[in-house]
Design a protein around this ligand. Structure first.
Ligand code: NAD
Ligand code: AKB
Length: 337
């Protein structure tokens, strides 16, 4: 008999590491993880880890022959800044990789006659605000507003959301009889901030980078203007939202893609919070016109009413709690060691 598992792709990344830790701590020990890289020492042994590429069809086929996949958290991706330097590669990993996994999940659902859950983290990158005036005026965008991304990554996310809906609702729609379809669910995340890992390749990275640099006593030149505003969320809330959405009864869901957010703040307010904890930190602003353009196209805040109503989403960490109880104490301890 095949072993039943939860599959996490991109498991060595920031969200992946936090998700593996959380699921393992909750006692979900049947975890199958896949990433280009090996698991860091602290997480080794918490999952069956496979070092490999999600674009490797032979590998994916072997995995579903060996394991009965119950739920997929598909995290593997190239993020927004990296995607602008390698747009075709980003498309391959972000779109082709997702398509392959969706097809495989759809086939598994049909074979076992049971809806396999496919959880997909989308992003504020799926939005594209036309100008700063509109961004200032429309401070809480809804899921269907401004779906005009300006990055390859944002285009990939928006299209993959649609592919997920297609595979859940319309795949093989002309066939005589249609067995179980996969159950695709997605959250659109703001910028995430972890106390335990440092991001790379994203455009919201200036927030966490500023914080981690200050805690290490390193100077930091922020690549956006002080007035740049984006929504953010502490990593424990991001993990909570993925698990809550995965656990929600299907009949309570009125959509397949949900905004989730916690707090919005300017880069200057971010710096002030960092300075209040690390008064000697050297933080300057040296905006990079191109990355600034991406940040300006992303909304200042998200309307997450649908997630709150349908599956009880509520962030546990508002801005004060995120900094005072999660980020600052853990980051300080991390670099004191
Ligand atoms: P990350 O860059 O830290 O992790 C991504 C992981 O995917 C890396 O470990 C990388 O090795 C792996 N990966 C890349 N290409 C791969 C391939 N071809 N095969 C196998 N593994 C591959 O990113 P993250 O912050 O952990 O993000 C995880 C997911 O959440 C991504 O889909 C990202 O788009 C999404 N997301 C993240 C944020 C954020 O602020 N961190 C916000 C919105 C959405
Ligand atoms: C990025 O900046 O690319 C990510 C995201 C918001 O999706 N952090």
């Amino acid at each position: 008999m095949r072993k039943k598992v939860v599959l996490i792709t991109g498991a060595v990344g920031e969200i992946g590491q936090a998700l593996v830790r959380q699921l393992f701590d909750e006692g979900t020990n049947e975890l199958l993880t896949l990433d280009l890289h090996r698991m860091p020492a602290g997480l080794a042994g918490q999952s069956t880890h496979v070092e490999g590429d999600i674009l490797d069809q032979t590998l994916l086929t072997r995995l579903v022959t060996e394991f009965e996949v119950d739920t997929i958290f598909h995290l593997a991706a190239l993020l927004s800044t990296r995607g602008e330097f390698a747009p075709e590669l980003a498309h391959k990993v972000n779109v082709d990789g997702t398509l392959m996994l969706l097809q495989l999940a759809a086939e598994q659902s049909q074979r076992s006659d049971r809806s396999l859950k496919f959880i997909f983290p989308s992003s504020i990158a799926a939005y594209g605000m036309p100008d700063l005036e509109t961004k200032g005026r429309d401070a809480l965008v809804r899921e269907w507003d401004w779906n005009y991304p300006t990055t390859m990554y944002g285009c990939n996310k928006l299209y993959c959301e649609l592919l997920g809906i297609y595979y859940s609702q319309y795949y093989q729609q002309l066939a005589a009889s249609r067995p179980a379809m996969l159950d695709f669910r997605s959250v659109r995340f703001p910028g995430l901030i972890s106390a335990f890992t440092v991001p790379s390749g994203g455009t919201t990275d200036y927030g966490p980078e500023m914080l981690h640099a200050a805690a290490q006593g390193r100077p930091y030149a922020c690549f956006v203007r002080p007035d740049s505003t984006l929504p953010f969320m502490a990593m424990p809330d991001a993990i909570d939202s993925l698990l809550k959405l995965a656990a929600a009864p299907a009949e309570s869901l009125s959509r397949r893609v949900y905004n989730v957010t916690s707090f919005s703040l300017t880069a200057a307010a971010f710096r002030d919070r960092v300075l209040s904890a690390f008064p000697d930190a050297q933080i300057s602003f040296a905006p990079d016109v191109k990355r600034q353009g991406i940040v300006d196209s992303w909304p200042a805040g998200l309307n997450d009413k649908a997630a709150r109503r349908d599956w009880g989403w509520r962030p546990a960490y508002d801005v004060d709690r995120a900094f005072d109880e999660y980020l600052l104490p853990n980051i300080t301890r991390r670099y004191q060691k």
